[in-house]
Design a protein around this ligand. Structure first.
Ligand SMILES: Nc1ncnc2c1ncn2[C@@H]1O[C@H](COP(=O)(O)OP(=O)(O)OP(=O)(O)O)[C@@H](O)[C@H]1O
Ligand SMILES: [Mg+2]
Length: 259
């Protein structure tokens, strides 16, 4: 079974999708076979990767709600070398209500991934919605590892308490879940706000590593508009370099034994 890593933060706009896309590209560059899963009804990752949402037959929505569906039939190829995708669809927003009637509704994604033949992939990366709902819980129960993208903003720290409360409760359903660390995103290096936030994070969560920081840059946003990764759009930019460092960091974290 490949490592399953979710980019998770219930706060909106912390660069979860941008990071899933560019870390996938970075790991692909390193020769890893990556399966990205878009679990956000906004389908931003699917669109950023260039998938025509209107034209797809099946999405992660079908996968969650159809027990007998073979995940391989939901996977689409992407323009990013080494990266395949299970796309999302706006219908996924309805899954929350539909899951209410399903037994073990928190475990549907975990069951589907456990039953799937994922031998074609080295690593699974999940893009999460900005919410703490039943879809998010499915992600937390199905993942081995979490990376928390966080923006230098005072509000970013306030939402963390609620996230860690939730993680405490999730541990009963998924005892092996490990938080890899915080991924500081949109970091303006000369900004006082960023330095203060990183200091506070290190103080409040001394056991949790900080991943290599992603600098603030309009190139990130531009590459999304171009529907490719920033590694392809601006291979020599500081943002691309930072995401390559994160890819290397994640590989190394996987080489360390679990405590
Ligand atoms: N390094 C960066 N520098 C500047 N802007 C960035 C950077 N990374 C991402 N952005 C921009 O920030 C916005 C939010 O990014 P993104 O959609 O990845 O966040 P998200 O956490 O997935 O949002 P949501 O919670 O809505 O899913 C986008 O407009 C994106 O282009
Ligand atoms: Mg997103």
């Amino acid at each position: 079974m490949p490592r399953v890593i979710a980019f998770f933060n219930q706060k909106g706009g912390t660069a979860k999708t941008t990071s899933t896309l560019n870390v996938a590209a970075a790991l692909g560059e390193r020769g890893r076979r990556v399966l990205a899963i878009d679990l956000d009804p906004q389908a931003s990752l699917s669109m950023a990767i260039g998938v025509d949402i209107a034209g797809i037959e099946r999405s992660v929505y079908d996968l969650l709600l159809e027990e007998s569906l073979d995940p391989a039939t939901v996977v689409v190829s992407t323009t990013i070398p080494g990266v395949a995708l299970i796309p999302s669809h706006p219908d996924l927003a309805a899954a929350e209500l539909e899951l209410l009637n399903v037994l073990e509704r928190e475990r549907q994604l975990a069951h589907r991934l456990a039953d799937a033949d994922l031998s074609a992939y080295d690593i699974v990366l999940i893009d999460s919605p900005p919410a703490l709902n039943i879809l998010s819980i499915n992600i937390l129960v199905a993942s081995n590892e979490l990376i928390i993208p966080i923006e230098p903003h005072p509000l970013s720290l306030m939402v963390l308490r609620r996230l860690f409360d939730t993680l405490g409760r999730i541990r009963r359903l998924n005892p092996g879940l490990r938080v890899d660390g915080f991924l500081p995103t949109k970091v303006h290096h000369s900004s006082r706000l960023a330095t203060d936030m990183l200091d506070t994070l290190a103080e409040e969560f001394p056991d949790l590593p900080l991943l290599p920081a992603i600098p603030l840059s309009v190139k990130g946003a531009e590459s999304t508009a171009e529907r490719i990764s920033v590694l392809q759009y601006m291979p020599r930019s500081p943002v691309a370099a930072a995401y390559r460092e994160v890819g290397a960091w994640i590989e190394q974290a996987g080489a360390q034994p679990d405590e």
